[in-house]
Ligand binder design. Structure first.
Ligand SMILES: Cc1cc2nc3c(=O)[nH]c(=O)nc-3n(C[C@H](O)[C@H](O)[C@H](O)COP(=O)(O)O)c2cc1C
Length: 188
């Protein structure tokens, strides 16, 4: 890959929330995960932990139930049946979720470095997905905040969630722009 191809992949990556029904191949998820663990990580802590929930996972029902409860608790009101169905359908339709966690360090400094490393891992994963024609949505929203998430996913209670990645084939083109780096950079 030359620099222009790399830059194009970086620019083509878009945060994606809407996907086709097409399932994501397990081999593609494995490539995405492999690229994640090659991220830089200070002190070689390799702090990333992943849980993959594929399209047909039985856990999706529990995830939907937990998201509905969370929403009801945060708004202090019961959701209508339509609202509940919408949440359940959006979870059921999602082609693949990867829950990405970080380990906690022995000091706040190491914990912060670990978080940075896991964010780098996620970016590696997003770029790999882009080259495979897949879109990734990074969420730190409701799905990452469901109660008993770590128990539900059977991961160590000390882990911290960094994001929930929804991965699938995008069903629309999204345009984004960026401020020119020259407006954000001083050369001294
Ligand atoms: C740490 C982090 C958390 C994010 N959480 C969310 C989220 O909860 N919901 C969401 O829609 N997008 C989330 N995003 C994606 C950003 O909204 C997205 O990157 C931004 O809109 C720029 O769009 P682009 O990534 O397509 O260039 C998150 C991104 C990062 C880096």
């Amino acid at each position: 890959m030359n620099t222009q191809d790399l830059l194009k992949t970086i620019k083509d990556r878009r945060n994606t929330k809407s996907f086709t029904e097409e399932e994501v191949k397990k081999s593609d998820i494995e490539l995405i995960l492999e690229s994640g663990v090659w991220a830089p990580n200070h002190r070689n802590t390799e702090p990333w932990r992943f849980v993959v929930i594929d399209k047909s996972s039985e856990l999706k029902k529990e995830i939907s139930r937990s998201m509905i409860s969370l929403q009801e608790e945060s708004s202090n009101a019961k959701l209508s049946d339509d609202q509940k169905t919408n949440i359940s359908l959006s979870v059921a339709k999602s082609p693949c979720y990867i829950f990405v966690f970080t380990t906690i360090g022995d000091t706040p400094e190491i914990t912060e470095e670990n978080y940075g490393a896991v964010c780098c891992a996620i970016q590696n994963m997003q770029l790999t997905a882009t080259t495979l024609g897949l879109g990734v949505g990074w969420s730190t929203g409701k799905i990452s905040k469901i109660k008993n998430l770590k128990k539900l996913l059977d991961v160590d209670q000390t882990l911290k969630i960094v994001g929930v990645l929804s991965i699938g084939y995008p069903n629309s083109n999204i345009e984004k722009s960026r401020e020119e780096f020259s407006n954000l950079t001083k050369w001294l």
